[in-house]
Write a new protein. Structure first.
Length: 386
């Protein structure tokens, strides 16, 4: 039997599984159900399975007797235990013990300012006028991430939908609605829409029986772009904010939906490379179902400024920092080589002073942007077994 870590087609890490080497029989989950399992190991005598898995808000080490035992906790407490390596005598293991948190920051003409103060914060995005900054926060008091908004003029911070956890979100251009994805305990995601003035309750717009829908993006006309899973594959879809008028944008399979242009003409997604099923490249899909344009032959993160006049490209395997690329009015995209950006020379004459020295999440201009900063404090520990 083989002990494996598994990822689904949305990029989510699943519970670990035991898989027969010979290919017959069924793979089965080990460790706590509905968990995220990132590492596993056998005891030297093969009688125990050890797992680094996150059931609630942090990773702990679990063990389970093989073949028919029940999962039980080995570690506990406020720290997170990530990764595991068994000692040769089976009397101890080594793991990375510590904590990790993320904070949201704003860069403006006065420098860098930390926006979030409690819990883990992520996914900042500006309102269309640049006067408000939305972001997700997990504080441990409520399950999952909640959506907050900071008024950048009045400095007030408010919860947008108190008590509603979400995995991804998009705010309409007029700021009156928010679309968000909610995952159930089984890992299936559905889309919801809610008014930001709290005058009515959030409403589910994913159809009953749909497999999974997530990654919403509002278009300027109020329609939504989203990712849907059909028979184990991901596709780009469009629909009205009430859930009607569903249509597939392209028959091309995708991995992730990443960004939508401010003019609503393009959606960026990562797609499988032909002949290399587990390798991704990035492409721009015309929302009207027309062209598909290669953007990067690999992992990259594009974003537009609020006006849609500049695309900012983060391509970690090619260069450090986020590069601004002027957008052509006729195409809505920067000048692109036939195969996308493959070399630094493909970016043209980008002024060094205009390069942002980090990955950014949302951008108003070269001098006003938001980003997430992760902090990790970890050390290796040997933990004896009872």
């Amino acid at each position: 039997m083989a002990l494996v870590v598994e990822m689904d087609n949305r990029g989510n890490i699943l519970p670990c599984r035991v898989v027969p080497f010979e290919g017959g029989g069924n793979a089965r989950i080990v460790g706590p159900a509905d968990s995220t399992c990132i590492a596993s190991a056998w005891s030297p005598d093969g009688k125990w399975i050890y797992l680094s898995a996150k059931k609630d808000d942090r990773f702990q080490i679990w063990r389970q007797g093989f073949p028919n035992g029940e999962p039980e906790l080995v570690t506990s407490g406020p720290t997170s235990q990530e990764g595991i390596e068994m000692a040769g005598d089976g009397k101890s293991f080594i793991t990375s013990v510590g904590s990790r948190d993320s904070t949201v920051w704003l860069h403006d003409k006065d420098g860098d300012h930390q926006i979030s103060s409690e819990g883990n914060a992520a996914a900042p995005s500006f309102s269309s006028d640049g006067n408000r900054l939305y972001y997700l926060v997990a504080n441990g008091q409520t399950p999952g991430y909640e959506l907050l908004v900071k008024d950048l003029i009045g400095e007030k911070i408010e919860k947008v939908l108190p008590g509603y956890p979400m995995a991804a979100y998009s705010v309409s251009r007029d700021g009156k609605e928010v679309a968000f994805a909610v995952s159930d305990p089984g890992g299936h995601s559905a889309l919801w829409v809610a008014p930001t003035d709290h005058r009515s309750s959030p409403r589910r717009i994913s159809l009953a029986g749909t497999e999974t829908e997530d990654s919403p993006f509002f278009l300027p006309d109020g329609d939504l772009i989203f990712r849907a899973i059909e028979s184990g594959s991901n596709f780009l879809y469009r629909m009205k904010a009430d859930g009607s008028g569903r249509q597939k944008i392209s028959s091309q399979r995708i991995f992730d939906a990443k960004a939508v242009s401010p003019d609503g003409r393009w959606v960026i997604a990562s797609i499988p490379v032909a002949g290399e099923e587990h390798t991704a490249e990035s492409a721009a899909f015309a929302v009207d179902g027309g062209l598909t344009v290669p953007l990067c032959p690999g992992y990259c993160l594009p974003n537009w400024n609020a006006a849609g006049t500049v695309m900012f490209l983060y391509f970690p395997s090619l260069f450090n920092g986020t590069y601004p690329l002027p957008v052509k009015h006729d195409s809505g995209l920067p000048t692109l080589p036939p195969s996308g950006f493959e070399r630094l020379a493909d970016l043209g004459n980008v002024k060094t002073s205009a390069v942002i020295p980090r990955q950014v999440d949302s951008i108003v201009s070269s001098s006003v942007y938001a980003y997430t900063q992760e902090n990790a404090r970890r050390n290796l520990y040997r933990i004896p077994l009872p």
